[in-house]
Each structure stands twice: as C-alpha cells, then as structure tokens.
Design a protein around this ligand. Structure first.
Ligand SMILES: Nc1ncnc2c1ncn2[C@@H]1O[C@H](COP(=O)(O)OP(=O)(O)O)[C@@H](O)[C@H]1O
Ligand SMILES: [Mg+2]
Length: 217
C-alpha cells in the first residue's frame, strides 16, 4: 500500500506521522520505504541524524521531490510492503503527483474549526485524482490535540461520515515528538510506554484495519 501524508499547510505533522508510521510498520516486520517528497528534506535529515547516532536502519528513505512521483512510487511499492510518502507543502504539481501515486491519503490537521482543515484547492485536487483512480481513499487525522482531546474525540465522532472521514485515533500534543525529530529516533525508542508511542501503534492498527490494498490505476 502507498500512503501519502498531504496537507498544503506546514507544521501539521506530515513528516512526524510519516516517520512514525513507517517506523511502526517496520517494527511489525513489514518492509517499508519512505519517500521524502518535500524539497526541504526533513525526513532525509532525520535518517541522516539517525545514522550519525549509530542507530539501526528501520526503513529505506529516498528523496523524490519531483512530479514523476506517480510513476516512481509504484515501482518502489513492488519491492516492499508499504511506501509512505512525506508530502510537500503547498498545492503544486508535486501534490498532484503524490495524489496519483497513493492508495490512501492521510491529511493531518490540528483540531480547529472545520473549514480550516484543508484548502478547497487541495480537496479539488483529491476529487480530480479520483477521476483517474476511483478507489483512492482519504482520511483526516487529528494531530497535536491539546488538553481538550476529549472534545477533539467528540468532534471526530461527529465527523465520522465527513468526506474525507476522520480517523478515530487522534494524536496528542506530545513533547516526545520534538525530541524524536531532533535525535533521529522514534517516540517508541525514547520511551516505549509513552502515550505518543501508544497512539502511533493505535493509528497503525486502525489504518491496517481499513484493509486498503493497491489501487489499480
Ligand atoms: N503531535 C505532536 N506533538 C508535538 N509536536 C508535534 C506533533 N506533531 C508534530 N509536532 C512538531 O511540530 C513541528 C512540525 O511538524 P512536522 O511533522 O515537521 O510538520 P509538517 O511536516 O507538516 O511541516 C515539528 O517540530 C514537530 O516535532
Ligand atoms: Mg514536513
């Protein structure tokens, strides 16, 4: 399956969630390739930091910030169980290409009034991609939920039939993610029992439970 983390907004958690999903699948024994489609290369930086620290490689990371992604990602997907695409900021050709490559699009959003979640432009690109790939799935994922996580959860329940639907697993505002980004580690490697690690495990299980396979173009 090819999963793309997409949102034209920066700082919503695309890179954080891409790295942690890839790491969690790898920990479950899957072979995983992470595509860094952001020209800024933060996922590549994380991988380099990781090797500088002498930590074992969990998954392969490739930089592919170009709009031939929809041709190259399926090639990579042939040789592993999961491809995770850390998407670019801004709506552009790169975003369109990532949408055409993906079987599942995850849109990280911070719980806030609904209309700020994803731009009309991005949702229009999603609709456009579905003309070519009607099976393309999309979900919102609530990230950086604060002390009012209970409210966020209620919101998620209320929005379960929103299009795209909202995943039930929400990720809290957790300082450990910042430490993970800085040190080339995953939250679970810093503290295997921390809430962040549990949330990532639950998120991965929920996605596995969706039963999404490769969408035939
Ligand atoms: N759930 C979270 N809790 C705390 N900090 C987070 C969380 N998700 C992301 N961050 C932090 O927010 C910043 C932006 O996240 P990042 O994943 O780089 O977003 P994007 O890739 O969408 O620009 C980073 O410093 C990251 O560590
Ligand atoms: Mg990023």
């Amino acid at each position: 399956m090819i999963v793309a983390l997409l949102n034209q907004k920066g700082g919503v958690g695309k890179t954080t969630l891409a790295l942690h999903l890839a790491g969690q699948w790898a920990a479950k024994g899957c072979s995983v390739t992470l595509i860094d489609a952001d020209p800024q290369g933060s996922a590549l930086d994380w991988s380099e930091q990781r090797s500088r620290e002498g930590l074992p490689r969990l998954f392969g990371t490739v930089g592919l910030a170009r709009d031939t992604l929809h041709r190259e990602a399926p090639e990579l997907a042939r040789n592993c169980d999961h491809v995770v695409i850390d998407g670019p900021p801004r709506v552009a050709g790169l975003m369109r290409s990532a949408l055409l490559a993906a079987d599942l699009v995850l849109i990280p959003v911070q719980p806030s009034p609904l209309d700020g979640w994803a731009s009309a432009e991005m949702l229009a690109l999603l609709t456009e991609a579905r003309i070519y790939r009607p099976g393309l799935q999309a979900r919102f994922i609530l990230n950086r939920c604060g002390a009012r996580t209970v409210i966020a959860r209620d919101t998620a329940d209320a929005l379960a039939d929103h299009d795209p639907p909202v995943l039930r697993t929400a990720i809290g505002q957790r300082v450990v993610f910042a430490d993970a980004a800085r040190t080339g580690r995953l939250a679970a490697e810093i503290d295997s029992a921390c809430p962040a690690a549990r949330e990532i495990a639950a998120l991965t299980d929920e996605i596995d439970g969706l039963g999404i396979g490769r969408v035939t173009p």
